[in-house]
Design a protein around this ligand. Structure first.
Ligand code: SF4
Ligand code: SF4
Length: 225
């Protein structure tokens, strides 16, 4: 087993939203780059970019930078939303991933640019003829997730919101139509369902989002987001 495997980044179901956010942002900073999905300037075509991510302020925000001549700059001006992810595999080809969906906001504070160049001497050298060519954006508001398919057969996942945005809703939720029959519990792929007070409950921190509970319910009491 890969001993450096970051099982859920050490988070627990008791971890707060801010603790999850801080752990994910720090992991992204350590990775240094993420793959970003943007929407092309035509407003229709999905595009993908690999970009460096940095933490440049005391608040722990994540920043990305780019030349103003690149297509991605026009894309994010027109539609300042990105989905970013980074992933690694275990020896058994299971995956650990973090995801961040964010609204970007362009920043112009010279101190942020100074820190960017400090952390990025190679990029500074690349743009040395005209550093004003470069643009910086902060991930201002959004949500994210840690998703860990562990070698020990657990699924570990946590979600968070930031900048005033809520965490994304879980894919499957039990509604008040539940009659407590237990069919979903028998079918649960990860054994993370229990009956409490006569109604099924999902421990979302261990849910694979496989949908077997949804398929198994005889009364349609499992809601799909
Ligand atoms: S989606 Fe799959 S893993 Fe999650 S609670 Fe339902 S059956 Fe279990
Ligand atoms: S199968 Fe449906 S009704 Fe039965 S316990 Fe699960 S959610 Fe409730």
């Amino acid at each position: 087993m890969n001993t450096t495997w970051p099982i859920g980044l050490g988070l627990t179901p008791e971890s707060s939203n801010d603790e999850i956010k801080a752990a994910v942002f720090e992991y992204a900073r350590q990775c240094g780059t993420m793959t970003f999905a943007t929407l092309a300037a035509d407003g229709l075509t999905p595009t993908v970019r690999a970009m460096e991510v940095h933490r440049l302020d005391e608040l722990g925000n994540l920043y990305v930078g780019m030349s103003h001549g690149k297509g991605v700059y026009e894309e994010v001006l027109k539609n300042p939303r990105i989905s970013a992810g980074t992933m690694q595999f275990t020896e058994g080809r299971l995956g650990f991933a973090v995801r961040i969906n964010a609204e970007l906001e362009e920043v112009t504070d010279p101190a942020l640019f100074d820190r960017y160049w400090e952390q990025n001497p190679g990029t500074k050298a690349l743009y040395r003829r005209d550093l004003t060519n470069f643009r910086l954006f902060v991930m201002k508001r959004g949500d994210g997730e840690v998703f860990d398919l562990c070698e020990d057969d657990r699924t570990v996942r946590f979600r968070f919101g930031f900048g005033g945005a809520p965490a994304r809703p879980w894919r499957y939720e039990i509604t008040e139509d539940c009659i407590g029959c237990g069919s979903c519990i028998d079918g649960c792929m990860k054994g993370v369902m229990t009956i409490e007070n006569g109604r099924a409950v999902i421990d979302h921190s261990g849910c694979l989002e496989c949908g077997r509970c949804y398929d198994a319910c005889p009364v349609g009491a499992v809601k799909k987001a």
